[in-house]
Design a protein around this ligand. Sequence first.
Ligand code: NAP
Length: 218
Amino acid sequence: MTYQIGILGGTGPAGRGLAIRLASAGYRVIIGGRDAERSVAVALGLVPRGSGTINGGSNEDAAAAEVVVVATPWDSAVDTVKSAKVLLEGKVVISMVNALQKEGRELVPMYPPRGSMAAQIAFALPLSRIAGAFHHLPASDMENLDSGINADVIIFGDDVDARRVTMEITNAITGLRAIEAGSMSLASPVEAFTAVCISINIRHKAHTYVRLAGMPDA
Ligand SMILES: NC(=O)c1ccc[n+]([C@@H]2O[C@H](COP(=O)([O-])OP(=O)(O)OC[C@H]3O[C@@H](n4cnc5c(N)ncnc54)[C@H](OP(=O)(O)O)[C@@H]3O)[C@@H](O)[C@H]2O)c1
């Protein structure tokens, strides 16, 4: 099934990278932002390879899609989803948000009151179905369709159907393999591990991504 997928804060590197990969997999994507005109301009600059499309609009336009990804900075994610709460009711909402802070040459994880950003978003959207995914993907390698990225995406959440939809979308993207991890209780370590990935990238001038050894063939 080719869902229409909205991305809140989709004008940033993370949203752009996901948008171009999703559209290249055939999805109809709407990247949202606070300034709809700017989002339209950003969308025009993204050229997918495939049958999908990328349009720009407001965050409300993106929230009106069938499946919605949250790709804003951590400190604006809850306010952004709250402002679209009614539009998001009953929908699968995927958080890729990491709460991180730069300290010297490292990124350090921060722990929101409920332990993770996905849990904060789930608390703000009690009538939506929340999953977490895409936390460790380097945006530049996602946006560059020639990067050869071959990454695993760790997927978690308490809603089985949200996990299933997120797995389906992830596995449709060239270069990604979905790994179902489990419940929302895993959100905190998954999000925090992003600090390790980015700190390694800074230290080694690298573009690392996560690839788990030992998974049985699908
Ligand atoms: N960058 C990566 O490689 C990567 C990879 C995986 C996950 N992530 C996560 O994905 C999220 C986005 O990352 P990013 O690097 O794309 O971040 P970003 O560029 O800082 O922000 C993304 C978009 O969020 C919107 N935004 C910024 N400040 C806002 C505010 N105060 N209120 C509402 N919207 C605001 C902006 O869009 P408008 O100005 O158009 O509204 C911006 O283009 C983060 O939580 C990050 O941890 C990032």
